[in-house]
Design a protein around this ligand. Structure first.
Ligand SMILES: Nc1ncnc2c1ncn2[C@@H]1O[C@H](COP(=O)(O)OP(=O)(O)O[C@H]2O[C@H](CO)[C@@H](O)[C@H](O)[C@H]2O)[C@@H](O)[C@H]1O
Length: 486
């Protein structure tokens, strides 16, 4: 029996992306299709999303969705079903998805994503679908999707709540708002409780989703274990621990059609594990693009949000060490202004050795994975991480902090792994100058032994990070919750 799932998220490639959430939500429909689960994605009607719709058909109209008019529009995303909540007053505005042009959170974020959640719960119960029972399960992502599950549980539009899954892509963003908004949410009084939407005296959208979901997943097994601890649980560790076996980790896959060095149209030269020499032309192109001097030493790359989570405040401290050993660094990212400033001053200190590109550039990210020798990912916490997976697939060896999904996906080049010939990268413990500097020194030593380095690259390229296994795991979870057989 085909399972019909409503996937509720704020971002999905190729229509709208600020981070890894979009890659995963965009990939899930194709990952689940072979396992008999048909996903329909529902997104907010941001300008870019509405523009991407070819023949927009109106399916449903809300005269009063949390105080304003809205409509549901149908479209397609990557060949799969898409629904868009067109509510101009909430989503059609200049600035970023969650912040205004000055970087301040939109004041009405609570209304924007509560309305989105209400609409998603209505759709799950049949709004605009021509019939009730159009969906078997709701799968919500991150705080922006959380309220869909709270409405589904406390105020379902149908006769009973649907089975539900909440996926955490990042526990640090919780959608936490003042208690005063509660009365505008249209939820029954019973929802104002510790096992409901109340969170530390306010309303927590992620928390609401976590309390309302039948199952909670996060994007790696290690992160699923870590968020039971205060250090990673960001205040919700007690909740996570109390949900016991309802919490599990399913590792992200990567879109192997989009991220494949043998076919990538962004690369100057294509390559496979057997034709690693093809990477050289990409490296030369990257040096030219970043204004770096040309030499045979390792070229490190970083593709990241410039934030504390990603350990980017520590990176500037190790740049002198990296350059001192003969390395170069090409960095693409945007975020914290203080970090950007530090990086620029490091680049000024080391002309031709450090290249910085502030901004967001998908094509450049591909070229960097294709031409860099090693990608640095010094995250303090990392639910899964995608850039190290792209690095593995492209022969750009990941140098990662041992946390979350980074710990689960990279095999450290320790003595045992090297002896067995299975290493795929370098792991280090603790995000500080000493740990990172030591990892960089180890990388130089590994790189100096060309045969060994090639082996490490080829091992990563041979690893399977497709969605096959994870698609199967999500499908098994859906089947368990709906009590259906494949
Ligand atoms: N300046 C730039 N230009 C171009 N591309 C850029 C870029 N900066 C970042 N990217 C891209 O954005 C994505 C980032 O994804 P990550 O998974 O590494 O982190 P993120 O914290 O966004 O995601 C959260 O959700 C994902 C998905 O579950 C988890 O893997 C992760 O651990 C969690 O923090 C990658 O596709 C990367 O290439």
């Amino acid at each position: 029996m085909t399972l019909r799932v409503l996937s509720v998220a704020s971002e999905a490639v190729p229509l709208v992306k600020t981070g890894g959430l979009a890659d995963v939500v965009g990939a899930l429909p194709a990952a689940l299709a072979p396992h008999g689960a048909e996903l329909t994605t529902i997104l907010p009607g941001y300008p870019g999303v509405l523009k991407g719709l070819k023949r927009a058909r109106t399916l449903h109209h809300w005269p009063d969705l949390l105080g304003e008019e809205a409509r549901l529009v149908a479209g397609r995303i990557g060949g799969h079903a898409l629904l868009v909540l067109d509510a101009a007053h909430l989503f059609q505005r200049d600035g970023a998805l969650y912040t205004d042009a000055a970087g301040r959170d939109w004041e009405d974020n609570w209304r924007r994503f509560a309305a989105f959640g209400r609409a998603a719960a209505d759709v799950a119960a049949g709004a605009g679908q021509g019939k009730a029972g159009a969906f078997d399960l709701i799968h919500a992502h991150d705080w922006q999707g959380g309220m869909a599950l709270a409405y589904n549980r406390f105020a379902p539009a149908g006769p009973a709540p649907l089975p539900s899954v909440m996926t955490i892509h990042n526990m640090a963003f919780q959608g936490y708002f003042d208690a005063r908004i509660f009365r505008s949410l249209g939820l029954p009084k019973a929802a104002w409780a510790m096992d409901g939407v109340e969170s530390y005296g306010g309303v927590g959208f992620l928390k609401a989703g976590l309390q309302s979901a039948d199952a909670i997943t996060t994007v790696s097994p290690s992160y699923a274990a870590e968020i039971r601890l205060p250090e990673f649980g960001m205040g919700l560790e007690g909740l996570i621990a109390s949900r016991g076996s309802a919490v599990s980790g399913i590792l992200n896959g990567i879109d192997t059609a989009e991220w494949n060095p043998a076919t990538d149209p962004h690369l100057a030269s294509l390559c496979t594990a057997r034709t690693l020499s093809g990477r050289k032309a990409n490296k030369r192109a990257l040096e030219a693009e970043f204004g770096l001097s040309r030499d045979e030493g390792p070229l490190f790359v970083v593709i990241s949000r410039l934030t504390w989570q990603k350990g980017m405040d520590v990176l500037p401290e190790v740049i002198d060490h990296l350059v001192g050993l003969g390395g170069r660094l090409a960095l693409l990212g945007a975020g914290d202004a203080a970090i950007e400033h530090e990086l620029h001053s490091a680049a000024e200190r080391h002309p031709g050795r450090i290249g910085i590109r502030i901004g967001y550039d998908e094509a450049l990210a591909h070229r960097m994975q294709g031409g860099g020798d090693a990608i640095l990912v010094p995250s303090r916490f990392e639910p899964c991480g995608l850039t190290q997976l792209y690095g593995l697939a492209y022969g750009c060896v990941p140098i990662v902090a041992r946390t979350g999904g980074l710990a689960d996906t990279v095999i450290d080049a320790n003595v045992a792994a090297l002896a067995k010939g299975v290493a795929t990268g370098v792991q280090f413990v603790g995000v500080n100058y000493h740990a990172l500097a030591e990892a960089i020194s180890r990388t130089f030593a590994l790189y100096a032994d060309r045969a060994q380095w090639k082996r490490i690259q080829a091992n990563g390229m041979a690893a399977d990070f497709s969605w096959t296994a994870s698609g199967k795991a999500y499908a098994a979870l859906y089947r368990r919750l709906t009590g259906t057989k494949a």
